[in-house]
Design a binder for this molecule. Structure first.
Ligand SMILES: Nc1nc2c(ncn2[C@@H]2O[C@H](COP(=O)(O)OP(=O)(O)O)[C@@H](O)[C@H]2O)c(=O)[nH]1
Ligand SMILES: [Mg+2]
Length: 357
């Protein structure tokens, strides 16, 4: 699962990418595309580890791609958009911080304008693609009736009307079969969107009201969209500090965790992902699945042999396991359920898979 980080030049994309992935990049590589892995912060994993004292604790991960500077007039350049086709979600870093030493690509600080302009580029790119395909479809349909092509045309016409109202496809409700009919186009405005508001250090104590203060209400509460305010430069400093100092500095601003945790968690939610855990002496581990995944498919995330030889899953909620103190104790209390292959795994389940072979 990959999230592409985009935005105008000099808004803090690479700063964010670095702190998310703890990557140390060469300063010269400003325009290049970088891929990095971020650990999904998970306090429950540490609590489970305290129970098992495992040799190894393994976090779930998500990938981020730093997709270089995107000038407004360059955005529709296929070379700039191409890397975006491969991502599952988009994180748009928007500059809110004022700093005369850092030039702004559009000449002034206006977060809503920047968000709207880039969104429009995505919408226009999709619209171009829809028009081209419709033209082709109409030609083909004149030659020969074909129900599958007619259906595709119907869905694309629907998308076209939506795009022409300057609305992104992520906000267009589509029936699952209609979604499938156009999934091959990898529409850009269909990707879930995370707006990362990069604020100045002075606003660190007032992140929660940032959306309101900067009049960014129009970005909030939209389908498949999330807004996370951070202080990029401060976060970068925090990432370099010893843990104790970082915790104290955060606390002085009224926070219990760094903003990058909120960024990662929002990405995880937008992607429709949840975690389940496996726990034992060798390893306590978080696994990533899509919401709605069955027990047997979740088993397959661990190993194809466990999926093939699946017999049943012993499932306990992480907090019930912690309260009981051990799996046998949780069993005695009746907190451990035996589930079959079609059980839908829930966020926070601790699972022991019984399998043959
Ligand atoms: N004042 C201030 N400067 C920042 C902040 N975040 C990034 N910068 C600076 O803005 C410049 C561009 O940052 P960078 O992450 O390379 O932006 P990119 O071009 O979007 O990748 C660098 O000089 C950063 O130090 C911030 O939150 N506050
Ligand atoms: Mg950069």
């Amino acid at each position: 699962m990959q999230t592409g980080i985009i935005g105008l030049p000099q808004v803090g994309k690479t700063t964010l990418f670095r702190i998310l992935t703890k990557a140390h990049l060469e300063p010269r590589s400003a325009a290049a595309t970088h891929v990095g892995v971020a650990k999904v912060p998970e306090a429950r994993l540490e609590q489970l580890a305290a129970l098992y004292h495992p040799k190894k604790v393994t976090y779930a991960t998500v990938q981020y791609v730093d997709i270089g500077g995107m000038q407004k007039d360059r955005a529709r350049d296929p070379a700039v958009l191409a890397p975006l086709r491969d991502v599952d979600a988009i994180a748009h870093v928007i500059r809110v911080f004022e700093d005369p030493a850092v030039p702004h690509a559009a000449g002034s600080i206006d977060p809503l304008r920047d968000a709207t302009n880039l969104e429009l580029e995505l919408i226009l790119a999709d619209h171009d693609q829809v028009l081209r395909r419709l033209e082709r479809l109409e030609k083909d349909l004149k030659k020969k009736k074909d129900p599958a092509l007619e259906n595709e045309k119907r869905v694309l016409d629907h998308c076209k009307v939506h795009l022409e109202a300057e609305k992104p496809l992520r906000e267009l409700p589509l029936a699952p079969e209609d979604r499938k009919a156009v999934s091959g186009f990898l529409f850009l405005s269909q990707r879930p969107m995370l707006y990362v508001l990069n604020l100045g250090d002075a606003e660190a104590g007032a992140l929660l009201t940032a959306v309101e203060r900067h009049r960014l209400g129009p970005l909030a509460h939209r389908t498949n969209t999330a807004v996370v305010p951070i202080c990029g430069r401060l976060e970068a400093e925090l990432a370099e500090m010893p843990d104790q100092e970082a915790t104290e500095l955060l606390a002085s601003y009224g926070f219990t965790e760094p903003g990058l945790h909120r960024v990662i968690r929002s990405t995880y939610d937008l992607l429709g992902l949840i975690s389940f855990f496996t726990a034992g002496e060798p390893e306590v581990r978080a696994w990533t699945i899509r919401k709605g995944t069955s027990a047997v498919k979740a088993a397959g995330e661990i190993h194809s042999d466990i999926e093939k030889g699946f017999i049943r899953a012993e499932v306990v909620r992480w907090d019930d396991l912690l309260a009981a103190g051990s799996l046998p104790a949780a069993r005695e209390k009746g907190k451990v359920r035996l589930e079959g292959r079609d059980y839908i795994v829930q966020e926070g389940d601790v699972i022991l898979f019984r399998h043959s072979g």
